[in-house]
Write a protein that binds this ligand. Structure first.
Ligand code: NAP
Length: 246
């Protein structure tokens, strides 16, 4: 049972952007429920989050499994008796040129990045609608707007998130639930760690601010959208990319 602290769920919070988001919310006074696919890493993340003083519950959930996502969210609502914020962050890449992309790689990325957002949002809407308040924040990507060769599946999944964000925002606005997406540019995490030196240099040359973003750059925007200051923002895709796409 939460001690009247707001409660946030962050998917894919064992590392990278998801962990930074969870940490930012924990520091701001939220109780947290986080998930990822590996017990060891999700528990290690939860241990670090506990240092900020709130409650943290860690779950092993594969977000491609609709039933598992529903069970996870129901368990969190039962534990904390409320749900204020859902951050749909879990995501993967399986890059390849369209001509050679395997159907399994297409499906894995769509299931993980896009279908999961529907499963989690649907489950979260029930308690949010009852409470007549809630915030859903989806982590999209700049490439949904720009396109990127070799990332057909990933771009399609993130474009789907942007469209779903607008549609759901229209459906649930009357219940005081906001739905927004954040579209990061290139952020220094495991996902971008494999960029070679040349690719890194070429990329930063296209970024007016001259650097990759940090996970904290994204976390700050999530906290803003979750806060009272973000109360009148819904159906938007907020681009955070150092100016690489305007
Ligand atoms: P990351 O460092 O690779 O972390 C991905 C997180 O998602 C991990 O916690 C991972 O945990 C979890 N995850 C992956 N598949 C999952 C599944 N099936 N079920 C549950 N959890 C799963 O990635 P990141 O860079 O932080 O990216 C986070 C989000 O930001 C993603 O949606 C990504 O598309 C988006 N994004 C990233 C960038 C960037 O430049 N980094 C740019 C734009 C958008 P386990 O592997 O332990 O399960």
């Amino acid at each position: 049972m939460s001690d009247n602290r707001p409660v946030a769920i962050v998917t894919g919070a064992s590392r990278g952007i998801g962990f930074a988001v969870a940490e930012k919310l924990a520091k701001a006074g939220y109780d947290l429920a986080i998930c990822a696919t590996r017990e060891e890493t999700v528990n290690a993340a939860a241990d670090k989050l506990l240092a900020h003083g709130g409650q943290v519950s860690a779950h092993v959930v594969n977000v491609t499994d609709a039933d598992a996502v529903k069970t996870f969210i129901q368990a969190v609502v039962k534990q904390f008796s409320r749900l204020d914020v859902l951050v749909n962050n879990a995501g993967i890449t399986k890059d390849g040129l369209a001509m050679r992309m395997k159907a399994d790689d297409w499906k894995a990325v769509i299931d993980t990045n896009l279908s999961s957002v529907f499963y989690a949002s649907q489950a979260a809407l029930k308690p949010m609608m009852k409470a007549r308040v809630g915030r859903i924040i989806n982590i999209s990507s700049v490439v949904a707007s720009m396109g990127n060769p070799g990332q057909l599946n990933y771009c399609a999944s993130k474009g789907g998130i942007d469209a779903m964000t607008r549609s759901l925002a229209k459906e649930v606005g009357s219940r005081n639930i906001t739905v927004n997406a954040i579209a990061p540019g290139f952020i220094a995490t495991d996902m971008t760690a494999d960029l070679g030196k040349d690719a890194h240099a070429s990329l930063t040359s296209q970024i007016p601010l001259g650097r990759l973003g940090n996970p904290e750059d994204i976390a700050a925007a999530v906290l803003f959208l979750a806060s009272d200051s973000g109360a009148y923002i819904t159906g938007q895709v907020l681009h955070i990319n150092g100016g690489m796409y305007m």
